[in-house]
Design a protein around this ligand. Structure first.
Ligand code: GDP
Length: 453
């Protein structure tokens, strides 16, 4: 028998409002044990999807006032009867009401259990359920827009189209296997190969979107390089708005690499301040140099910082050389001082040159818009970006099977071999959307959700 679950749907802190969510066959009856409408008909005779004003009582004593919204099955998030209590946000009171509900027969909801029920009741498929999790966890607006697009089913439609195409091919081969005496016209084989090539290209594009999307949702690795004392730490502080790196007038004080996540122009960057990339006799500093090299090698974008108030020297040129073949922004720092650097040469060699003063903050907005320009043009976050390692794994399996099918077809083996691969590809897609899914897998997926979702 299905239990009725209850949990706090808002964060477990005190705030203006708090929401308790109840879902299951006894949701309305349980809500009625603590919620009493301020007039008119009792709660169970009120319409669905309407806010009803009333008092919240525990053991006959009024403890709060608020609204109760009933969402009758199947037109609710979970597909079950749902009651939501919207109350004042006292954590103490919310917990007391929850305890009363549990005492009256509700079960505490596990992490993600509401969404899990929504999935089991066919309100959401698995990739949409995962998108709900991603929307809540999004660290950038782009990631949130993408997750919202996925909830509304943008990527789902692509999966469904791929599935239909694969099942069309399978039906075709089944017909061939049933009537082996009828030779396939050569044009039919060509057509099938073309269709498969289309499927493979689409799956590859999805995987590529995953790699790029992941970089942007988890943060793009960036390194701040430049010789000591040009203002790298000051720049990092200006970008993060915190005194994270030690700023000192002595060269070579940034002895270690420091990584800092910063949302710049809507793009999440993982910035590493690299110690001056130069050899020294100091063993501690040399270790820092090594780490800086590594961070710079792994970076997808380099910020080359120069002290624009002094003529460029060999060390500056070495940093510029290092960055010349890679995505880079040249930061002409200390622009509050008289300029001693020729900018024309730099602008000819680099696409992005930003004069700033890390000290005063002037020009930081220019860096922001530059970062936005560099990364914005690459993707459209409308829900078509594949998100989550699990989905990527399933797409990879679909791609692998589709390639095997293509290979079998080219080699001219029996339709059976092609059909087996097509079926494998379709099974992988079924796992992706959750049509085939074990309890264990579901446990694993929903464990990442928060309670109350
Ligand atoms: P790093 O070794 O490259 O990390 O350089 P720091 O960030 O430690 O800065 C070295 C010195 O330059 C410090 O005294 C900073 O206050 C100074 N500095 C950094 N940025 C600016 C700037 O934009 N203008 C001026 N006038 N001084 C700066």
């Amino acid at each position: 028998m299905t239990t009725t679950i209850a949990a706090l749907a808002t964060p477990p802190v005190s705030g203006a409002l708090g929401i308790i969510r109840i879902s299951g066959p006894d949701a309305v009856a349980l809500a009625q044990t603590v919620f009493f409408p301020s007039g008119g008909a009792p709660l169970d005779r009120r319409g669905s999807h309407r806010a009803v004003l009333g008092r919240i009582s525990i053991d006959g004593r009024v403890i709060d006032e608020g609204f109760c919204v009933l969402m009758r099955a199947p037109k609710s998030y979970t597909g079950e009867d749902v009651a939501e209590l919207q109350m004042h946000g006292s954590l103490l009171v919310l917990n007391a009401v929850l305890s009363a509900l549990w005492k009256n027969g509700a079960a505490p909801a596990r992490a993600g259990e509401f969404t899990r029920r929504a999935f089991l009741n066919g309100k959401l498929n698995l990739s949409q359920a995962e998108a709900v999790r991603d929307l809540i966890a999004a660290q950038t607006l782009d990631a949130a827009y993408n997750a919202a697009g996925q909830i509304s089913g943008v990527i789902e439609k692509r999966y469904a189209r791929l599935y239909d195409t694969l099942s069309g091919l399978l039906a075709h081969f089944q017909a061939c296997a049933d009537y082996p005496e009828e030779d396939l016209p050569p044009s039919a084989a060509e057509e099938t190969l073309e269709t498969l090539a289309g499927i493979i290209a689409e799956l590859q594009a999805l995987l590529q979107s995953y790699e790029k999307g992941r970089a942007q949702t988890e943060g793009i690795r960036c390194a701040i390089i430049g010789k000591p004392n040009v203002g790298k730490s000051t720049l990092l502080n200006a970008l993060t708005g915190m005194d994270r790196a030690i700023v000192s007038p002595e060269p070579g004080t940034t002895r270690d690499t420091i990584e800092e996540a910063v949302l710049l122009g809507g793009v999440l960057l993982r910035l590493t301040d690299c110690a001056g990339l130069r050899e020294t006799d100091d063993p501690i500093e040399n270790k820092g140099v090594e780490r800086a090299r590594l961070a710079a090698e792994r970076a997808a974008l380099l910020f080359v910082v120069l002290d624009a108030s002094k003529p460029l020297d060999g060390e500056d040129r070495a940093a510029l050389d290092y960055a010349s073949e890679r995505p880079a922004v040249v930061v002409l720092n200390k622009s509050d001082l008289p300029r001693a650097v020729e900018t024309e040469m730099l602008e000819a060699a680099f696409l992005h040159v930003c004069p700033v003063s890390a000290l005063t903050g002037a020009g930081i907005d220019h860096i922001e818009s530059t970062v936005r320009r560099i990364f914005d043009s690459r993707m459209i976050y409308d829900g078509s970006v594949l998100a989550g390692a699990r989905q990527a794994e399933a797409v990879r399996a679909t791609l692998d099977a589709s390639r095997e099918a293509e290979d079998a077809l080219r080699r001219g083996v029996t339709p059976d071999a092609v059909m087996a691969e097509l079926e494998r590809a379709m099974n992988a897609l079924d796992e992706l959307t959750g049509k085939r899914m074990s309890e264990d897998m579901l446990d694993k997926i929903f464990a990442d959700f928060c309670v109350g979702k």
